[in-house]
Design a protein around this ligand. Structure first.
Ligand SMILES: *Cc1c(COP(=O)(O)O)cnc(C)c1O
Length: 402
């Protein structure tokens, strides 16, 4: 680890990077390898690699128990869980889906695949979450579905969204990818709306080398999507459900996801330590404030999001360039927001001043299992160094641009 004494020590200005290996915002959990191997041995010995093998069955049961729902279905990705659920739930004859603009980069592609045009809603400036009010103002006679999306720190008001959706008779699906471990006063995440979707990508809380799953209490939805993820088969050589594709999760991925699930409580304890370390360390950095987890609720403490206040003396783009050169792979929070991205398919043009403003001021900081509390303290010291030497750094950066 290299300490910065002069601005020439910054990696962007020719110095050695702070870290020799990248510190990213991906979780990259490595569960106990023996557990992963023992789950793998099970399917290997049974010679059943896919199509509802022993690990897929066990994983679905354990995730349904974990989220306290009747059903859980696993998929090849969160993307396909969302796409199939949207297509199934959308009201026939209508064309629009309500989603926030500050979310997953490929969400509009999923909407397009499912045949719906996104209508983007605003978010609350304090929670960064969509609210009953911001969604209500987007409802039109064309609204086919509401996609409730939880932000990456804390949850959206799922119960109020659910009550409103029910009043309007519009189906509500949740993208709960970033809220696996969370709960709200009204219940555990997993059981709100008609269904909730999650991811098993290596960057998320549960690592299945990739994959996704859906939780629901709706039996017909579960049966239909269970068939559709496997070509639409309902019996041997019989396509009983139209609209099928191949979106199954295989046994090796399920084995990894099971091993990750075995580790989840321990992970959350460590995530909380990292979060508290950031909380402590960033109090010494003027102009950078952490988005706080609501500790009165169950939280996974995975993502670290910080706001750059006006007194922070460098632009966000400059700050990220400097940090990235140090192998601190901090990222802009959902920027550009989705409504500013080029979309080669139907969408509703949006004017979202709040979202535009918010998309300029947040950063995701390194988190997850590869980041230690020492790393966090070094990142905070680096940021203090940037603050204290900002004039000189700004000048030097101007020169490097010339
Ligand atoms: C990662 C992510 C997804 C997609 O999940 P994949 O398993 O990578 O397809 C969907 N929504 C959100 C909010 C995500 O962060």
């Amino acid at each position: 680890m290299s300490v910065k004494r002069r601005i020439e020590d910054l990696a962007l200005l020719g110095g050695a990077p702070l870290f020799s290996s990248p510190k990213s915002t991906s979780n990259l959990l490595r569960p106990d390898v023996e557990r992963y191997l023992s789950y793998s041995r099970l399917f290997f010995e049974q010679k059943q690699y896919t199509n509802n093998g022993p690990n897929v069955k066990a994983l679905q049961q354990r995730l349904a128990d974990f989220h306290q729902t009747q059903y859980c279905l696993v998929f090849s990705s969160g993307f396909w869980a969302l796409a199939l659920a949207i297509r199934y739930l959308k009201l026939a004859g209508r064309t629009e889906i309500i989603i926030p603009s500050l979310t997953y980069r490929r969400m509009t592609d999923i909407c397009a695949w499912a045949g719906l045009a996104p209508r983007f809603c605003e978010v609350d400036p304090n929670t960064l979450a969509m609210t009953e009010e911001t969604v209500r103002s987007c409802i039109t006679p064309q609204t086919a579905l509401i996609l409730g999306v939880h932000p990456i720190v804390n949850c959206a008001e799922a119960q109020r969204l659910q009550d409103m959706a029910q009043d309007y008779g519009i189906p509500l699906l949740f993208d709960s990818v970033e809220s696996v471990y969370e709960s709200l006063p009204e219940g555990r995440i997993g059981g709100f709306g008609r269904a909730e979707c999650f991811s098993l990508h290596a960057c998320k809380l549960l690592n299945g080398f990739g994959g996704g799953y859906l939780t629901t209490n709706d039996e017909i939805l579960a049966k239909t999507l269970s068939a559709q993820r496997g070509f639409g088969f309902t019996a041997i050589d019989h396509i009983g459900v139209p609209g099928g594709l191949n979106a199954k999760l295989n046994e090796m991925h399920a084995a990894m996801a099971l091993a990750s699930l075995d580790d989840i409580e321990q992970q959350v304890v460590l995530n909380r330590q990292r979060y508290q370390c950031y909380q402590q360390a960033l109090t010494a950095v003027p102009g950078i404030s952490l988005l706080a987890f609501d500790e009165t609720q169950r939280c996974g403490y995975k993502n670290i999001v910080a706001r750059m206040e006006d007194i922070w003396p460098l632009s966000r783009a400059e700050t990220l360039r400097i940090l990235n050169a140090e192998q601190v792979l901090a990222r802009a929070y959902y920027d550009p927001p989705l409504h500013h991205k080029t979309m080669h398919y139907p969408h509703v043009t949006a004017n979202l001043p709040q979202t535009d403003r918010l998309s300029q001021s947040f950063v995701n900081l390194p988190c997850g299992q590869q980041v230690s509390t020492d790393d966090i303290n070094s990142i905070a010291s680096l940021m203090i160094f940037l603050f204290e030497n900002s004039n000189e750094i700004n000048c030097a950066l101007q020169e490097t641009l010339l």
